[in-house]
Design a protein around this ligand. Structure first.
Ligand SMILES: [Zn+2]
Length: 192
C-alpha cells in the first residue's frame, strides 16, 4: 500500500510538468498500428497515457482534459483486443473500487500476430480452393460457383437466372498469392 502513496505523488508531479519525469517506453510502430487500427488516432493518444505505467481512467481523463467516458470507451475496445488489462483495488478512503489500467504490449502483439496467422491460414486454404477448382459465374457480379454446384443448378445462376460460364480466376489467384506472400513476409520471425 506504500506503493499507492508513491503513485499518487507521481501523479501530482505529472500534473505540474505536462510531460512527467517518468520516461515513456519508446514508440513501437507495430503496436502503434495495432492500437490505431482498434481505436483510431485519438484513441492512440489516450492509450499512450497507459503505457509503461498503470493508471486510472479518471486520472488520464483529468490529464488530457477529456470526458472519462471517452477514455473508458477506448479502454474497452483495447481490452477486447487484449491490448489493455486492469487491476481492481479498493480505495481505502472512499471504499469504492478503483481500476488501474495498463497497456500490455507483448500480449497485444501476440494476439495480433495470432490473428494474422489465422488469416494467412484461411487465405492459403482459399488459394488452394481457387487453384484446384473450376468456377462458374453469371457475369452479373453474383457469387461464383464451383463446377459441382454449377452443374446441380443446370449452369443457371441461382440468384439472377443468367447462364453460368467458366470463370477465369487467374486474377483472383494472383491477388491471393500476393496477399499470402506479403503476410508470410510480415510473419517471418514472429513466433507465438
Ligand atoms: Zn447471377
Amino acid at each position: 500500500m506504500g506503493k499507492k502513496a508513491g503513485r499518487g505523488k507521481k501523479a501530482v508531479e505529472k500534473r505540474k510538468v505536462k510531460r512527467g519525469p517518468k520516461q515513456k517506453p519508446p514508440e513501437d510502430p507495430v503496436l502503434r498500428g495495432i492500437i490505431v487500427g482498434i481505436a483510431g488516432e485519438r484513441g492512440y493518444e489516450i492509450a499512450k497515457e497507459f503505457m509503461g505505467d498503470e493508471i486510472t481512467d479518471e486520472e488520464v481523463a483529468k490529464r488530457l482534459d477529456i470526458h472519462v467516458n471517452l477514455v473508458r470507451k477506448v479502454l474497452y475496445y483495447l481490452y477486447d483486443n487484449r491490448v489493455a488489462s486492469y487491476r481492481r483495488a479498493r480505495d481505502e478512503e472512499s471504499g469504492w473500487y478503483v481500476y488501474y489500467w495498463r497497456i500490455e504490449p507483448e500480449r497485444a502483439l501476440e494476439y495480433f500476430y495470432n490473428n494474422k496467422r489465422l488469416l494467412l491460414q484461411k487465405l492459403e486454404e482459399r488459394l488452394e480452393a481457387e487453384r484446384g477448382t473450376i468456377f462458374f459465374g453469371c457475369g452479373n457480379g453474383d457469387q461464383k460457383l464451383p463446377f459441382e454446384l454449377a452443374a446441380e443448378n443446370d449452369f443457371k445462376c441461382p440468384r439472377c437466372g443468367g447462364n453460368l460460364e467458366p470463370y477465369d480466376n487467374s486474377g483472383v489467384v494472383a491477388a491471393l498469392e500476393h496477399k499470402v506472400e506479403s503476410l508470410r513476409q510480415h510473419l517471418v520471425g514472429k513466433h507465438a
